[in-house]
Design a protein around this ligand. Structure first.
Ligand SMILES: [Mn+2]
Length: 248
């Protein structure tokens, strides 16, 4: 299974973070994507499911994501900690609600029974890649980095399909403070990228941590932020990357 997508120096890439069951946000971002141009890519950086609003469209969203993944090579979804929770059968809480149970209940309501849909979704979540690395210098993941990546060998061990790997765990759960700007630079040096884009955290639009930028694309901010990157131009610095930041 290919867990790291490499994008060549061609076309463009739209980067959207944590949609959390909001179908209308999802559709707004899809409008930005030229699906018929195979060099025009879009990536949703994990956590497509589990809403904290009353109206949760996670099931409709995953059904559409599965369809689009089959249909388009330029449509990408990365693994987030909320999808990971279903793979590893781990409880995950928000506002005292167990979101793993809530999602299972939602499947029962929408599909009439939990199975076979839950198993199909989990099989799909297991196919999700963890990272996108662009040839022009950008690394994209749900969160991270892990300060325990000290070599390319440590990094590559994440791809062993062991969902309990502690380094993979860091790339799904870490918050700023679990790592420093120096850790970001060390990691980028090891893998040979210049800048890093992540989601996972709620920030007011965007927040820079050295050579990393956190963006929030969803309803948790009035400044829904995404990237629309020209993949043909080299990105050697955050200043260069910032030229491609946009607001919905
Ligand atoms: Mn997350």
């Amino acid at each position: 299974m290919n867990k790291e997508i490499k994008l060549p120096r061609k076309g463009r890439l739209i980067v959207v973070t944590d949609i959390h069951g909001n179908y209308s946000d999802y559709e707004e971002y899809l409008k930005l994507w030229n699906r018929e141009d195979k060099d025009s890519h879009i990536v949703f950086v994990g956590d497509l499911i589990h809403s904290t609003l009353g109206y949760d469209q996670s099931v409709e969203l995953i059904d559409d994501v599965i369809k689009k993944t089959k249909e388009y090579d330029n449509f990408h979804v990365l693994l987030g900690n909320h999808e990971w929770a279903h793979i590893t059968d781990t409880d995950i809480f928000k506002n005292y609600k167990n979101q793993k149970w809530e999602f299972e209940k939602l499947i029962e309501i929408k599909k009439g029974s939990l199975e076979p849909t839950l198993s199909e979704y989990i099989e799909f979540f297991k196919t999700l890649p963890y990272f996108i690395k662009t040839e022009n210098g950008v690394f994209i993941s749900h969160t991270g980095p892990s300060r325990n990546v000290k070599s390319m060998d440590d990094y590559e061990k994440i791809f062993d399909d062991d969902y309990e790997n502690p380094i993979l765990y860091d790339f799904l759960w870490n918050r700023p403070g679990d790592y420093t700007t120096a850790d970001v630079d060390n990691f980028l040096d090891i893998i040979g990228s210049n800048c890093m884009i992540i989601g996972h955290n709620v920030v007011d639009g965007f927040k820079k941590i050295g050579n990393q930028i956190i963006i929030t694309s969803n309803y948790h901010t009035d400044n829904k932020t995404y990237f629309d990157i020209n993949l043909e131009r080299q990105i050697n610095s955050m200043d260069k990357l910032m030229e491609y930041m946009k607001f919905l």
